[in-house]
Design a protein around this ligand. Structure first.
Ligand SMILES: [Zn+2]
Ligand SMILES: [Zn+2]
Length: 278
């Protein structure tokens, strides 16, 4: 059974030619889940040969622009391309108001239904999506605005034991996330700064590379994917090196990279998703 994520954007707040802002598409045996939707996500979906209308479920971690500003454009384009199927969105409270206000004030409208789950809780976990392919549980993480991490669990098939993908962007260092991501097969953590900028990371409620590695080690995950890389790092290998000092099995996200989530020995990531088999 296929389980892999295609990185559409691996950069932090400022998009560059090398790294766009946060978005990725998780493919669970053909079912597509869009995780975050920065400005330009619809363009990156096409660039990576993913079919726009095959995405029907979107989960948004928080409403900072580098995770959310692509959503009105994406939803509008889906309408212009003739969509009639519903889109399911789980996002922090406020997302629905932003989208509905944007469409109302700009005179745009969409014909297909949007099924909203708005997240507004501080403690524990809530299941925000569930279908025959996967479940998505959300939990609060520590950032400057209400932000949620996700644990996505594939549904078991036969004797196949379910794999888990966890995603936490953006977050400050907090060991409170450990029980939520414990033993994940792949954990995607933000890694905005190198260790030397620990004070800035604390101020802006982001992680350093070393902190990301430490969290992965304490959580006992199988593999760590470092994303949300600050534009200041033209040669970001330093981040990989610093995270690796805490946790050996980590890799640095790059735009267009496809990362398989598997329990067998780690395959090398591919640099481009290639043509999708629909
Ligand atoms: Zn961000
Ligand atoms: Zn943020």
């Amino acid at each position: 059974m296929n389980l892999y994520t295609t990185i559409l954007g691996s950069g932090a707040a400022l998009p560059t030619g090398a790294r766009r802002c946060s978005a990725q598409v998780l493919n669970i045996n053909g079912f597509k889940l869009l995780i975050d939707c920065a400005e330009g996500t619809q363009d990156r979906i096409r660039y990576n040969h993913l079919k726009l209308q095959s995405i029907g479920t979107i989960i948004i971690s928080h409403l900072h622009g580098d995770h959310f500003f692509g959503l009105p454009g994406l939803l509008s384009t889906m309408h212009l391309c003739g969509r009639t199927e519903p889109v399911t969105i789980a996002a922090p409270t406020g997302a629905r108001e932003v989208i509905e206000t944007t469409f109302r004030l700009t005179g745009n409208h969409i014909e297909y239904p949007i099924l909203w789950t708005e997240m507004d809780f501080d403690d524990g976990e809530q299941r925000v999506f569930d279908n025959e392919r996967c479940s998505v549980d959300a939990f609060r993480i520590l950032h400057t605005v209400p932000t949620y991490g996700f644990r996505i669990t594939e549904k078991p098939r036969g004797d196949h034991s379910p794999r888990v993908y966890a995603y936490c962007c953006d977050t400050a260092y907090s060991e409170a996330i450990i029980p939520h991501v414990h033993s994940a097969d792949l954990l995607c953590l933000e890694c905005t700064f190198a260790n030397e900028l620990g004070e800035l990371a604390e101020q802006r409620q982001h992680l350093t590379a070393g902190q990301a590695g430490r969290l992965a080690r304490l959580a006992g995950v199988r593999q760590l994917l470092l994303s949300h890389i600050s534009a200041r790092y033209r040669e970001p290998e330093i981040l990989l090196q610093q995270a690796s000092e805490e946790f050996a099995n980590c890799l640095l996200a790059a735009d267009g990279m496809r990362v398989e989530i598997t329990r067998s020995p780690t395959p090398p990531p591919s640099q481009h998703s290639g043509d999708e088999q629909e």
